[in-house]
Design a protein around this ligand. Structure first.
Ligand SMILES: [Zn+2]
Length: 72
C-alpha cells in the first residue's frame, strides 16, 4: 500500500523505502519498509506532505525519490 495515497498497487509499481533513524533511504532488504506509488513519486505536493509528516530533509528526500523513480 502506498504511504501517501493509500492505494494498493502491485509491488512492481511501488518504490520501496525504509527509515534509517529519521531519514528515508532505499530499502536494503531488512528492517521496516514502506512504499510510495509511481503517481505519488511524481507528485511534488504529495511528497511535501510526507516530508512534513515524517520531518524528512526536503532536498534529500526529493533526490532519493527521483533516483528511485527513474530506476527502471
Ligand atoms: Zn500513492
Amino acid at each position: 500500500m502506498c504511504i501517501a495515497c493509500r492505494n494498493r498497487e502491485s509491488q512492481h509499481t511501488l518504490i520501496r523505502l525504509q527509515l534509517d533513524g529519521k531519514r528515508a533511504v532505499a530499502y536494503r532488504g531488512e528492517g521496516r519498509s514502506f512504499y510510495l506509488c509511481r503517481d505519488c513519486s511524481l507528485d511534488a505536493k504529495r511528497i511535501r506532505k510526507l516530508i512534513k509528516r515524517f520531518k524528512f530533509n526536503e532536498e534529500e528526500f526529493f533526490t532519493l525519490i527521483k533516483e528511485l523513480s527513474t530506476d527502471g
